[in-house]
Write a protein that binds this ligand. Structure first.
Ligand code: ADP
Length: 432
């Protein structure tokens, strides 16, 4: 229940974070695209204004006064006059005097002037800068206002206006489209964030459960020997006058449980460090078969003393780059197990060879074997096929987990198969 609330809260946090990330990305993209569309649309109109200004100033410089002659505008049809002088019919030209009065109102056409420009005022704040303006809030223009340096014929300022209503409609439609897309995007990103946060929580929940199970198993394994040692010591304490020789059994059992405890804590530490990726391997290069021979030598003696036979078949006369100490630990785990799970007259074999540029090690025995259906579990932490026997053999089910970690750290693979006739065969493949 407690875990569920924590996981639920965490999932909600992940979901909000995902949603925030999606929204920020979408907003940035929308602004970039919007800015780009607006710029592209206006840049054409702005270009026309600049070209028109250039043409106008060039014409003035070569002596063609583009300004309609005062009084003449009233006689000539205004639009025709403007068309004749105006190289771009999209552009409206307004000439202003120093006081801000329109000089060429007669050229506008009375209908156009009366309807749109009669109330239009000169705004001198934006000179030589293309700016947006609107007339009656209905008609939108880009304009370029520039000074007439010679103040020729009383014209102090010239203002060029170009209508951008079509562009405005496109932009308004684009804003509508972006708004609709945003709503769809928000709905989609809520669902995507929910699914993603659920996916993100899955490994967290799995490792939490694994960790909880690990702690539970470890506590259980630690408690058993501790209880035995405590009981034995209490027994000894109740009879202080007795001689050590009389209590030999109690002391020996306590000692064996202490050893078991010490092995268990060291295995737990190895796995805890492996989990936190704290342990780095120390690689060096060494002759492989020579190394295997050295590791197996004491086990051959132990095997002989237990009426078992340990044979070697080494065909790997190459150097290998690996962590020697960890590989030694791997062999100890496999050979210890082989000795633990074999009986009198059984044999244990260690075979090495090269296959597909990889070093292969096979540790086989003719012991009790592992049931086919249990083979998939034996690398799991604390897994033991026969829990009742484990006190006898001294195992807690951590050895093969450590073996698997060592092999994987070397980028190798480990698997277990049935030995041909009887027993178990562990096959390890390591890169050279
Ligand atoms: P343990 O310390 O109990 O041996 P391991 O992780 O080394 O723990 O092994 C897990 C289990 O796999 C053992 O409890 C045993 O049931 C089985 N097992 C491992 N090696 C052998 C083997 N050579 N023969 C038979 N069973 C084995």
């Amino acid at each position: 229940m407690f875990n569920k609330t924590i996981f639920g809260k965490q999932q909600f946090k992940f979901m909000l974070l995902n949603l925030l990330a999606f929204t920020v990305i979408f907003t940035i993209f929308s602004f970039i695209i919007f800015g780009q569309v607006q710029n592209t649309l206006y840049s054409h109109a702005d270009e026309e204004l600049k070209l028109f200004k250039e043409k106008l100033t060039d014409d003035v410089n070569v002596g063609t006064d583009m300004r309609p002659q005062p009084g003449k505008g009233n006689q000539d049809p205004p639009l025709t006059d403007q068309n004749r002088n105006n190289p771009n019919p999209r552009i409206v030209v307004i000439h202003w005097d120093e006081a801000g009065n329109m000089v060429n109102e007669g050229d506008m056409g009375s209908l156009f002037y009366d309807n749109y420009l009669s109330d239009y005022q000169l705004d001198k704040t934006k000179i030589d800068e293309i700016t947006m303006t609107s007339i009656d809030e209905l008609y939108h223009f880009r304009y370029l206002l520039f000074e007439n340096p010679n103040n020729q014929d009383g014209v102090a300022y010239t203002q060029l206006l170009i209508n951008v209503d079509a562009e405005q409609i496109i932009i308004a439609n684009f804003v509508k489209l972006v708004t609709i897309c945003s709503v769809i995007f928000i709905i989609l990103s809520i669902s995507a964030s929910f699914l993603l946060s659920k996916k993100m929580m899955k490994p967290i929940i799995q490792s939490w459960n694994k960790q909880a199970e690990f702690v539970e198993n470890a506590s259980h394994e630690l408690r058993t020997p501790l209880t035995i040692i405590q009981n034995k010591l209490e027994l000894l304490l109740r009879a202080p006058q007795e001689r050590i020789a009389d209590k030999f059994e109690n002391i020996a059992l306590s000692l064996s449980e202490t050893r078991r405890l010490s092995k268990l804590t060291s295995d737990l530490l190895t796995l805890a460090r492996a989990d936190s990726a704290e342990t780095e391997l120390i690689f060096n290069t060494f002759e492989f078969d020579e190394f295997v021979q050295k590791v197996c030598a004491p086990y051959q003696e132990i095997a002989e003393s237990q009426q078992k036979h340990l044979w070697l078949n080494l065909n790997c006369l190459v150097s290998i780059t690996a962590d020697e100490t960890r590989l030694h630990q791997l062999f100890v785990i496999l050979l210890d197990n082989a000795l633990k799970y074999t009986g009198d007259n059984d044999s244990i074999g260690v075979k090495t060879y090269i296959e597909d540029h990889r070093v292969v090690i096979e540790v086989s025995d003719t012991g009790i074997g592992i049931k086919e259906e249990n083979m998939q579990y034996i690398f799991e932490r604390f897994y033991r096929e026969d829990r009742a026997r484990s006190r006898e053999t001294g195992g807690v089910g951590l050895g093969l987990s450590i073996a698997q970690w060592i092999v994987e750290k070397h980028r190798g693979a480990i698997k277990v198969t049935k030995n041909e006739n009887k027993g178990t065969n562990f096959i390890i493949k390591l890169p050279k």
